[in-house]
Ligand binder design. Structure first.
Ligand code: PAF
Length: 307
């Protein structure tokens, strides 16, 4: 399928078509960077594309709203779909190819093969979305097998997803280098997310409670407070300022294992948040955000305040 603009960007719909392209690229000694997405592209995705360019000769973007990572009652049917704008963004960024499969291409009739990462998928988002990471790991494996990339680029906003994918790549021996890209935020701190487009003005302003909670915890750490209950209290105070929000989780975890951390904090620690916002029309939007908090090194000016 041609993009119809005279731009050389190809749009490929079949796994076999992408595999042939990958084989040709690789035979010519060219490096491929894949940016897997579900579309509704925003500046956060474009940052992934720009990072991908630094690692390869060709950047390929996949756009596929993966049904298996949505649970029953989640927002699959109303996940934003903005294909024309997405293709325009990709062209403008100099993307070489967009992979645009349909569900039957990714999950052939009778599909029954899954990729499951165990412990890392259980806490945080895995608690309320028990099948989510199985869907992610499965589709990302399929994308890797289709695109045969040297490098794959993912956003750190989905911190747990990145941890799951890194583990999967090691466990299954995928010859793919996984690169994480820092969260891109609006000027007021809101982390970019395709789901932000669902927010009305009032809920959007309440959604700032997530980044404010992260800031508040880091400020407290900078001031020498390292006690876990005190930090989580400060986080809850910020999140509670959003009356439309229901906290799904607000947790401090080891950034590598995602296991709970000891008290007080003595090493870089992931603060991960998920809040479900109720919109005025009764629909829900679930937003996540995170930061790896850095405690003051021992012996620094504020470390004496430590309880
Ligand atoms: O982060 C996303 O957009 C999706 O989870 C991914 C990695 C494209 C898999 O569907």
């Amino acid at each position: 399928m041609s993009t119809g603009t005279g731009n050389p960007m190809d749009v490929i719909e079949s796994v076999s078509g992408l595999q042939s392209r990958a084989d040709a690229y690789r035979s010519a000694g060219r490096r491929i960077a894949l940016v897997p997405t579900m579309g509704a592209l925003h500046e956060g995705h474009l940052a992934l594309v720009r990072e991908a360019k630094r690692h390869a000769d060709g950047v390929w973007v996949s756009i596929f709203v993966n049904p298996t990572q949505f649970g029953a009652g989640e927002d699959l049917s109303r996940y934003p779909r903005t294909l024309e704008a997405d293709l325009a963004h990709c062209r403008a960024e100099g993307v070489d190819a967009v992979f645009l499969p349909d569900a039957a291409e990714m999950y052939p009739p009778g599909s029954q093969t899954w990729v499951e990462v165990n412990e890392l998928a259980k806490p945080l988002c895995g608690k309320s979305r028990p099948e989510h990471f199985r869907g992610v790991a499965t589709v990302v494996s399929k994308l890797f097998l289709a695109a045969k990339p040297h490098v794959a680029v993912f956003g750190e906003k989905d911190f747990q997803q990145l941890a799951v994918i890194r583990r999967m790549v090691v466990d299954l021996g995928f010859d793919v280098r996984v690169v994480g890209v820092p969260i891109v935020r609006e000027s007021d701190g809101l982390a970019l997310s395709s789901r932000n487009q669902h927010l009305d003005a009032s809920t959007r302003s309440q959604a700032l409670s997530l980044s404010r909670a992260l800031d508040s915890a880091q400020r407290a750490l900078d001031a020498g407070i390292r006690a876990v209950p005190a930090l989580l209290h400060l986080v809850a105070v910020e999140l509670d300022k959003a009356p439309a929000g229901r906290i799904d989780y607000a947790e401090l975890r080891d950034p590598d294992s995602l296991k709970p951390v000891g008290n007080p904090l003595d090493a870089p620690t992931l603060l991960a948040l998920a809040v479900v916002f109720m919109l005025p029309d009764g629909r829900e939007v679930r937003l996540i955000d995170n930061r790896v908090l850095k405690p003051q090194p021992p012996g620094s000016a504020f470390s004496e305040k430590q309880p």
